[in-house]
Structures are given as C-alpha cells and as structure tokens.
Design a protein around this ligand. Structure first.
Ligand SMILES: O=P(O)(O)OC[C@H]1O[C@H](O[C@H]2O[C@H](CO)[C@@H](O)[C@H](O)[C@H]2O)[C@H](O)[C@@H](O)[C@@H]1O
Ligand code: UDP
Length: 926
C-alpha cells in the first residue's frame, strides 16, 4: 500500500513542476549517497558484456533500489511524501517489437541468445529503476511448441517474454507495414514510390496484419499484467497497442513512446490509415516523443486530421485528455565511461592506435538504413579528399554499417549502392598499402565499439532524419580524454541537445559536409575542449535512467490528474429518474438548447465534407414526433433557448406549441404569438458596424470561415477553417478588437472552441431566462408553482448561468419565496421589459424592438420597471398567493450539458442522440 510508505507533509509538492524539481534533487542526492552500489551494478553489467544475466540490466534487476521517480510520483499522487529508505520497485511492462536479445536456434529445444542492436535496446538497457519485464518478438520464427516452450524458458531467465509471430505476419507487419510504410513515412521519405500500385494493393493486407500483430502483443500483456503495473508501449510498430490494451482494461496505466520522428501533419495525412492510427495512440494516457517538434507535429495531426482540440497539455477529445510531451532519451553514460577502464578495451584501443598511427580517424556507426545518410556521408568524404590532397594519406573513415531489416528490398538496394560507392572511392584514392574507407557490414561487440569511439578524432553522423541517434551520445561519452569533434546532422533529434558542442550540418549538402570535415580535422585543441565539455555535461546528466524515471513518473501523475478531473465531471443523466419525476409532476418546464442539442450529431467526416449542409441548422428528424407530443401536453411548457436568430427558430419550430427564445433569449415568442424583445433598455449597439467591418476582413482572409450578424451579437466562426490558422487569426482578430473597435464599448467577448462572439453586455442566456420565466408565468396565468425543470443544452461556458439559475442558493435551502406583492402590483413582482416586434429587415427590427410591450408599459406605470436589473428576478417571483414560482423540491431539477465534460450542469448527456432517447421516453410516458 503506498499509504504505508508515505507521510503527510506540508512541504508536499503541489504542482507538477514543483514535484519534478524535487525529484531531480532527490536523484542527485541519491547518486551522491549510493555511489558504490551504482558502481557494483555497472561492474556486474560489464562483467557480462553484451549479455543479460538474470537479475541485472534494464531495470530487470531483482535488487532493491531507490525508486525516487516513482516514490515522488506516488507522494504527489497521495498528497504525501516518500518517507524513508527503500520501497518496492514499481512493476513495469516494457512492450516493444524487439526484445533486447534475439534468439538463434541451436537444437530442437536449445537456444542461444544474442544482444539485439539498435538505439531502443541500448537506451532501455540503462533503465534500472523498475521491476521490469520486457515483452516482444525474439526476431525468429518458432512454429513448433517444443521450440516455443524452450525459448520461453530461456527468455524468462532474462525476464523477457516472447510474442510469437509467424513468418507471414512478420512479412506483412514488420517488413511490410512497419518498415516499408511507416518507417520511410515518419522519416520524410514518403510512401513507397516504386511499384506504387502494388504497394497500394498490398496496403490493406499489411495494415490488417499490423493490427493483428498488435493484438497478439496485447494478448501477451493481458496474461502478465497485474493491477497497478505500468505498461509502456514503444515505437511505431505498436501504435495500435494502446487501444487494444485500454479496450480490455480501461484502468491500465498505458504510456506510448515513439523513437522515430513524428512527421509534419502534411506527411502523416498521406497515410491511408492516418486517423485510425492516431486514435489508437490517443487511447494511451501519456504519449511521448524525443523532441518538442515531434510532439507538436503529433498534436497538429490530431487537430487537423481528427478535428480534436490541441491544448498545451496534449490532445482533448470530448473531455478526455491524452497528455503529449517531449522526453528526450539518453544513454547509460557511466556504462561507457567505465568500460574504457577495462583491460580488454584498453587493449583494443592500443591495437587501433597502432593500426591507424599517423592518420586521423573518422568514424561512422549506423544501421545500414536509408535514413542514416550513409551514401551522402561517403560522397562528402570523397569531396573532402578531392579538395584536400594533403589529407589523402592522413585520414581514414571507418564506417560500421550494421545490417538491418535485410528482408526489405529497399535495404537490399541500399547495401549494393553503398558497396558500389565505397569500392569506387577506395579504387580512386587507395594505395597498395592503405584505403581511405574501411567499411564493415557487421556489428561490433560493446567493448570493441567503446574502443573505437575512444580513439576517434571526428565522428560523422549524417542522418537524413533520425529520432534521436544514440551513437552521437555514445561517442561523446567515450571522448573524455581525446575530446574529438562531432559532426552531426541537423535532422537528428540529437541536434537539439548536442547542437551547441557539435558542428551541425545539412547532410544533403555534400559541399557543406566536406567543408565541415576539414574544419573538424583542423580544429584547435581549446575549441575542441570547449565543445566536448558542453556535450559531455549533457550526455552524463540526461541519461536513459532519467528518461525512463521521468516518463513513468509523468505517467503516474497523468493518471492521478485524470482521476481528479473525472471526479469533477458531472455524472451521466439518470434518464429513468428524470422520466419518473417528470411523470409525477404537474407543472413542468423544459428549457432546450438548439444547436448540438436538438440537431443531428455530426461525425468528423461530416464536419469536413458537409459544411454547407451543417451550417443550416435542422431539427433532428427523430425528435419531431416526441417534441410535438410534449408540446401538446398542457402540464408541460417548452422553451427553445438558442443563440440562433429568430428566422432559424421560426423555420424549425414554427409549427409546435412552444416558446422560442432567439439570440440568447433576447427575443421571445410563444409560437402562437409575435416576437417580443427581452433586451435590456439602453442596450448600446453602436459598436456593431465597426466590429462587423473587422469580422468581414477576417472572413475574407480565412478560408472557410464565416460570420453571422445577429441583432444583439456578432459571431465569427472558424470551425471549418484550418484549425491552426483559424486560431492564429482569432488571436489577431481579438487583439485588433480590444485595441480598437471595442476598447470602450460595453460588450462581452465570448470565445468558443472555434468562434469569437461579441455581444452587448447583459446578453447571456442566464440573464434572459430570468425575464423569460417571468413572461411565461404571467402569460400562462400560472396558479401552481413549476414543480419540475429540465434544462438541456450545449451552452458555452459564458451561458452556463442558465443551469445555475434554477439551483437553490444553498443545498438545504427551501425554494425561494417572497412576501405577497402589494395590491398595486396585482400580477407578480418580476419586471420584464418586453416589447413586441415583427420580423422584417434587420435594421427595421432593430428599431422596432425598442418599443414597449403592454406588459412593460404596465410595469413602468407602476414605477418598478424602468431598468433591466441583473439581479435574480427568480428570487423576487411569486404567484398570487405569495407562494414561490418554483417548487422543485431540490431534486426535481435536471440540468444537463450535451457533449461537454466540464460544466456546471448537474448531469451530462453524450450527444443529441441521447436527447432523443430522453425526450422520446418523456413523451411516451405522458
Ligand atoms: O529493431 P530493428 O528493426 O532492427 O531496428 C532497430 C531500432 O531502430 C530504431 O531506433 C530508434 O530508436 C533510437 C532510440 O530511441 C533512436 O535514437 C533512433 O533515432 C531511432 O531510429 C527503431 O525506432 C527501434 O524500434 C528499432 O528497434
Ligand atoms: O556494431 C554496433 C553498432 C551499433 N550498436 C548500437 O546501436 C545503437 C544505435 O542507436 P541509434 O540511436 O544511433 O540508431 P538506431 O539504430 O536505433 O536507429 C547504439 O546504441 C549502438 O551502440 C551496436 O550495439 N553495435
């Protein structure tokens, strides 16, 4: 129980930032307090070079440790603080396509396990803070159960759990969808160009295999999952996994991290399965990227492609927030630093120095992948040799090109291409005893790699795109004595962290890279030292341990924050209760919004394709019948309260027996009667023309935006425009309005999700309902109090006062009553200012609406109606006998927000389809 380990403390961090700062301090002091323990762990690890024995490595250790990140997160969550010493490690299920070990079959039931190559594996090897298990594919097809059983057992010793994928799935999912479609696309190489038709044809079957494979990973997770585990999904192979996991168990803590770049939304939108993949990832609680740019691209794809809301925190869909943030990965730098002290590494270094004595060593270490820019690198080196005769026998380029994804044709082509260029250059510049390029199509073991890093003068990383590139980090970690130079592609994520110390290049610019090689080789010692120092500090402080601890602790926080948010979300409307109470009541009032309450719900496609159709507001066809029935019930009064103008309400509801309140309640009519205005007197509308001018300007300059000129307000709507451009334009528009046309005007500016509305002060639904209610009570000559109110709408926050209007001041308070009014005022004490107007031109109506209704005149004559008062008239209202207009008995009030999660309404309904269900039930019941 977390509670046992924590102690409530007033200094408990209250905010995320505060907690992260606290955690950082804890981590630092822990490093200082437990250096030996840490050293032992390294020695243990290094003693088993490149191999994982039980209980060591990537957080798979069984030894107890100091789980600061988790403890602090829990402390934050519980409002308590980590108390003392040791705490059980948090269980972590790491799910990645590739296991840290790949299996080679040695017999029917015997297996040899080899270290897998790649940055993802390297980084996760450094994660030691957790009680982790790794779920993934062992890189081999095991069709027989004997083999599967034996391999499962062998892997269990490394705390690895296999997912068995057959050859066909691997072909379609890994070689096909992952490495031939997603990988090039995410690295800006586009969808496969050659054999386009074949690709298009095979696309669907590959995507199906991708989903199937993800489900297979999910099935294994379910088998091993225990309550409270954190499930951390990795990379583009498993974008479908968060959805599979959450569908099975919504309580699971799920994080997803992408190790590659996430491209601009313009690239992502070319992918046929673009929306499905984004939605699946959004099922996670926390989504992480290496850099802020990738995170920004992802959020932008969600807003542009899915039409969701991007916030500084992440992506919001119907009140559900998926947090999106940047978590730059690092390496286990100590592991490299310590390795350099080992005798076998020193021996390697000596050999290398002797072998290349008198020549400067340049190094490239990459998987043989088109994103790594190996041909570009070699061509730049060739150019350097061409232009610098004096360096030809004084420099050597060692290129380690680790074979990868060899079943994918693009990779096979790349291999031949690189071989061809290397051969040509060596033929051109080589001598009988030496060649300028040593190209190795193989991987090196850890010690050989460390030695190579340490003797290198210039490391050359020319990735065309790269999620991070850990080779550059490893090189820096091994250069404490040599202080060599790093030439780094500006398109690698690492450029954002090591950019200050490295020489940044555009790998496509061969001339620039060649010149940088010259600059690096000739760089004076003091400049090298300064640059190295800067990068070394970064690499040794931003480690893979920090990366994982931060991600997991943020994930824990995100879940706690989501729980807090959920607690603030009103519950769903208990439809049956609302119906039962309705049936038991005798004087009911139903206040219904129009847009998104009584209209048909719009799906995303409709939003993109049906602007014209959608802009014309139409009553949900399924509502016609129940609404008619409810309107004809003498015990029920219905008001449609909308921001729309009168003609829209006339068109949709003219045939029903109900009250229409247009323009946020500023105009009112019983469908049998004429329009009246409830507008406050002296409503100053002088600002309208200048605001209209500004709205016109922005509408012209924002494609697919439009504006509505209403009598009491103007609305500029950019719902259908490019969302980011729309927001920028809205910001400009507001800035312009505030400093100009409305700087002194008595207006309210209401910002909707995708709209800006300017209204005269006092034009809110809440203020209007007060006056509308008065008019209804008067018009009906109500004798008995209203004993049931149902108020449903998709109202903007500014208009939510309509929900609170009917709430009692205090929960236990009796409904408002007022003393019996004076005889001089026979009807009631409320003072509506209502005047009749007829439909006509807007200008004509604007003039007419100022005339007074009989009711208003009467009130004025009695000396109480001169001005509209913003106070709650509800509290002053009473019936003839002095009893209150409202007698809701506390519980007979159902306020309900449709399609919103944050609301002051008592209840929620998902969409207007739920409104249909409810109104049908009310109609049927009565
Ligand atoms: O598993 P493979 O198909 O053999 O590929 C190896 C790995 O390549 C990619 O690595 C990425 O992760 C690194 C660490 O975050 C990052 O530095 C690098 O820029 C990326 O390319 C891939 O994302 C991994 O899933 C693969 O395992
Ligand atoms: O012969 C080799 C060459 C590379 N690597 C490792 O492969 C990883 C490459 O990671 P990087 O992030 O640079 O790129 P990725 O291959 O993941 O795209 C680094 O940790 C290297 O140490 C290795 O173990 N043996």
């Amino acid at each position: 129980m977390p509670g046992n380990n924590y102690n409530c403390n007033p200094s408990t961090p209250r905010s995320r930032l505060e907690r992260l700062l606290r955690e950082r301090e804890l981590r630092r002091s822990n490093r200082f307090l437990h250096p030996i323990e840490d050293g032992n762990r390294q020695a243990e690890l290094l003693g088993n070079d490149n191999f994982l024995t039980e209980g060591e490595n990537f957080g798979l250790s069984s030894e107890e440790d100091f789980p600061e990140g988790v403890a602090a997160a829990k402390a934050f969550a519980d409002g308590c603080e980590w108390k003392e010493g040791r705490n059980p490690k948090q269980r972590l299920l790491v799910v990645a396509n590739r296991l840290p070990v790949s299996a080679v079959r040695k017999g029917e039931d015997s297996w040899q396990l080899e270290m897998s190559v790649g940055g993802l594996v390297s980084a996760l090897l450094g994660v030691k803070e957790f009680d982790a298990r790794w779920i993934g594919w062992a890189g081999v097809n095991v069709p027989d159960s004997v083999g599967q059983k034996a391999l499962t057992k062998a892997l269990a010793e490394k705390r690895c759990i296999p997912v068995f994928l057959d050859e066909e799935i691997v072909h379609q999912y890994y070689n096909g969808y992952c490495n031939n479609i997603l990988w090039p696309l995410f690295h800006y190489l586009g969808l496969p160009q050659e054999d386009r038709l074949a690709t298009t044809r095979s696309f669907q079957s590959q995507f199906d295999a991708y989903k199937k494979a993800n489900q297979m990973f999910a099935d294994v997770v379910h088998k091993h999952y225990l309550d409270g585990d954190v499930v951390w999904c990795h990379d583009y192979h498993l974008m479908f996994l968060p959805k599979c996991l959450k569908e099975h168990n919504n309580k699971m803590k799920v994080g997803w991290f992408l190790h590659t770049p996430f491209p601009s939304s313009e690239i992502h939108r070319t992918l046929p399965s673009r929306s499905e993949l984004l939605r699946s990832v959004l099922a996670a609680d926390l989504v992480g990227f290496h850099t802020y740019d990738y995170a920004r691209h992802f959020v932008s794809a969600c807003t542009r492609i899915l039409g969701l809301e991007g916030t500084p925190e992440g992506v919001e869909d119907q009140g559900k927030l998926t947090r999106v943030a940047a978590f730059p990965i690092g390496i286990d730098s100590d592991r490299f630093i310590r390795a350099l002290e080992l005798p076998q590494v020193q021996e390697h270094m000596k050999e290398l120095k002797e072998r290349f004595a008198g020549r400067k060593v340049m190094l490239g270490v990459d998987r043989l992948d088109m994103i790594k820019g190996i041909p570009q690198k070699i061509l730049a080196f060739e150019k350097f040799l061409e232009e610098n005769l004096n360096w030809r026998d004084k420099v050597v380029l060692l290129q380690i090109a680790v074979p990868t994804r060899t079943d994918v044709p693009e990779y096979q082509k790349l291999t031949s291409q690189v071989h061809e260029i290397v051969g040509r250059i060596n033929g051109r510049f080589g001598t009988l005893t030496a060649v300028p390029i040593h190209h190795l199509d193989r991987s090196l073991d850890f010690h050989a790699l460390c030695a190579l890093y340490a003797v290198t003068d210039v490391a050359l990383v020319t990735s065309l795109r790269d999620g991070m590139n850990l080779v550059s980090y490893e090189f820096v970690a091994c250069q404490a004595s040599k202080k060599g130079v790093l030439i780094l592609s500006e398109f690698a994520g690492a450029a954002q962290s090591l950019g200050a110390g490295a020489i940044l290049v555009n790998p496509w610019n061969v001339t620039e890279v060649a010149a940088s090689i010259g600059y690096a080789l000739n760089m004076p010692a003091d400049e090298r030292e300064k640059r190295h120092h800067h990068n070394f500090m970064h690499v040794t402080t931003h480690t893979s341990q920090e990366w994982a601890a931060t991600f997991v602790s943020e994930l824990n926080d995100t879940i706690v924050e989501a729980q807090l948010r959920t607690r603030q979300v009103p519950p769903l409307l208990p439809i049956q209760v609302a119906v039962d109470r309705y049936l038991q009541s005798s004087n009911r009032l139903l206040i219904l919004g129009f847009n998104a309450t009584l209209t048909e719900p719009k799906d995303t496609l409709g939003r993109r394709g049906g602007q014209i159709r959608e802009m014309e507001l139409k009553l949900h066809p399924d509502l016609k019948e129940p609404l008619k029935k409810l309107c004809d019930d003498s015990k029920t009064t219905i008001v449609v309260l909308s921001g729309s103008d009168r003609s829209v309400l006339d068109d949709n509801f003219g045939d029903y027996n109900m009250w229409l309140a247009a323009e946020n309640g500023m105009f009112l009519r019983l469908t049998m009667g004429e329009w009246m205005t409830t507008m406050p007197e002296n409503l100053n509308m002088d600002w309208v023309d200048s605001v209209k001018h500004v709205f016109e300007y922005f509408t012209e300059r924002t494609p697919r935006s439009h504006f509505e000129l209403r009598e009491t307000s103007l609305v500029w709507n950019y719902k259908y425009a490019d969302i980011e451009f729309g927001r920028l334009q809205a910001r400009d528009l507001l800035q312009h309005l505030w400093t100009g046309p409305i700087s002194n005007a008595s207006v309210d500016v209401v910002q909707g999700g995708r709209s800006v509305e300017v209204r005269a002060v006092g034009v809110t639904k809440g203020a209007a309902i007060d006056r509308i209610l008065g008019e209804i009570v008067h018009n009906k000559g109500m004798k008995a109090p209203i004993d049931y109110v149902l108020c449903i709408g998709h109202f903007l926050p500014k208009d939510e006062d309509v929900y609170t209007f009917f709430e009692p001041e205090l929960p236990s308070e009796a409904p408002p009553t007022v003393p019996r009014p004076a005889a001089a005022n026979p009807a009631m004490t409320y003072v509506p200012r209502i005047s009749t107007t007829k439909s006509g031109s807007k200008a004509a109506r604007l003039k007419k609406q100022r005339s007074l209704s009989t009711l208003e005149k009467r009130a004025t004559v009695h000396g109480i109606g001169n001005a509209w008062r913003p106070t709650l008239m509800r509290d002053k209202m009473s019936l003839h006998e002095g009893s209150s207009v409202l007698d809701l008995k506390g519980d007979n009030y159902f306020s309900c927000a449709v399609g919103r999660k944050r609301s002051s309404a008592r209840y929620l309904l998902g969409s207007s389809d739920d409104v249909v269900t409810l109104l049908k039930a009310l109609a049927e019941g009565s």
